[in-house]
Design a protein around this ligand. Sequence first.
Ligand SMILES: Cc1cc2nc3c(=O)[nH]c(=O)nc-3n(C[C@H](O)[C@H](O)[C@H](O)COP(=O)(O)O)c2cc1C
Length: 170
Amino acid sequence: MNCFQVIQKRYSARGYRPDPVEEDKIQQVLEAVRLAPTAANRQPFRFIIIHTAGKEAELKRIYNASWFVQAPLVICGCAVPQKAWLRRDGKNYCDVDVTIAMDHLILAATELGLGTCWIAAFDPTAAREVLGLPEGAEPVVFTPLGYANDQPGLKKRKSLDDIVSYERWQ
Ligand SMILES: Cc1cc2nc3c(=O)[nH]c(=O)nc-3n(C[C@H](O)[C@H](O)[C@H](O)COP(=O)(O)O)c2cc1C
């Protein structure tokens, strides 16, 4: 698959088979995280890989959907705001950095035939407790990682005219 085919193929998988993910595939998606660009190359994040087996109840405290714990792995992208680059007006880019890295992971996973789903509607307090996050670490996004057993729906998207303008906002 080329890059555009991977982008077309990716979808939010909300059903997974319990089959294990091969170790070399796990290492490849993590390498995609490692190679992601970050503002001023600060790499202000830590990605936590969680094996779901035996941790279903704890994980459901974080995000209460049956499919969240169906895959063998769940991955959390955490930001460390104090390590991130700040724009001159103080804007902190850690969430952007984590998001780009997670997108690298998700697209690499798609290329490898794995399913993922961006999850932001989780309980951050439960995530901090279950994952043992230290002060200064911020959970930003989760995804399951495994073999999907559902089917992609139609991609509903705005038209280019609705989201793009040239030269100025209009
Ligand atoms: C930042 C972000 C957060 C999201 N959070 C959730 C979530 O908490 N739960 C969920 O089921 N889907 C979540 N999604 C998935 C979106 O609903 C989905 O990407 C969108 O409807 C488009 O569908 P597609 O991913 O299948 O193309 C999230 C997506 C993004 C990008």
